[in-house]
Design a protein around this ligand. Structure first.
Ligand SMILES: CC(C)(COP(=O)(O)OP(=O)(O)OC[C@H]1O[C@@H](n2cnc3c(N)ncnc32)[C@H](O)[C@@H]1OP(=O)(O)O)[C@@H](O)C(=O)NCCC(=O)NCCS
Length: 188
């Protein structure tokens, strides 16, 4: 792993994680508009290209409370998604994690599992976090499977948090603690 301000590069087998660059604008804008990703992450707002350009300037540099890393194909540097540690709380050593991968051609190939594991390792071993949590909608069995396979524990249900397509949907709260990360890593 190379760490030097926003030059951070986390190297995996099939993918790498890196900070976003201004030159990623078109690709990141396409990712943000992906309909399946939007539905599964419950993103209600639509963004303009200008808003996305401003967002890239914000997340492309070091922020105290968040680390937004792009998931890129190792061989080509093609941007296929992002994995984000946000709401980083240095007193309680906790953070939220979220992930999105664009396009049916990129999902189901193991990239999401690998990106999550790399980011969890960065969170627990480099940022020294104690707890990493997430929320996943009950209508997203693939993501639930990936999170449980990696070692996240279910903590509860938030009822009717999302109104989508004329219906309310529940969100499942999950989290992983540092000792669970370590013991799960030993087993896998
Ligand atoms: C969720 C997401 C990150 C997973 O990444 P991915 O690269 O597609 O997933 P992987 O290929 O690493 O793993 C998929 C696993 O889910 C399983 N799976 C696929 N569809 C499934 C379903 N409908 N129900 C249960 N499991 C399913 C696969 O069999 C595979 O399991 P395995 O590794 O045990 O064989 C990715 O699909 C994504 O970004 N989806 C759109 C946005 C999203 O849902 N974000 C998460 C919001 S909480």
């Amino acid at each position: 792993m190379t760490t030097q301000s926003n030059k951070l590069l986390i190297e995996g087998d099939a993918i790498d994680l890196r900070y976003v660059r201004e030159s990623d604008l078109e690709r990141y804008y396409t990712f943000i508009q992906d309909a399946e990703n939007t539905r599964l992450t419950g993103t209600q707002k639509e963004f303009t290209r200008e808003e996305i350009a401003a967002w890239i300037r914000k997340i492309g540099v070091i922020n105290e409370d968040r680390v937004d890393l792009m998931i890129v194909i190792k061989e080509t540097d093609e941007l296929i998604g992002e994995v984000v540690l946000n709401d980083i709380d240095s007193i309680n050593r906790s953070a939220n994690i979220r992930i999105g991968i664009q396009g049916t051609e990129h999902r189901g190939k193991g990239y999401g599992t690998e990106a999550m594991k790399l980011m969890l390792r960065y969170g627990f071993e480099t940022l020294m976090l104690h707890r990493i949590e997430l929320g996943v909608y009950a209508f997203n069995p693939r993501a639930i499977h990936v999170y449980e396979k990696i070692g996240f524990q279910r903590e509860g249900i938030q009822r009717d948090v999302l109104y989508w397509d004329g219906e309310f949907h529940d969100s499942i709260a999950m989290a992983m603690l540092e000792e669970e990360f370590r013991s799960h890593r030993l087993r896998t």
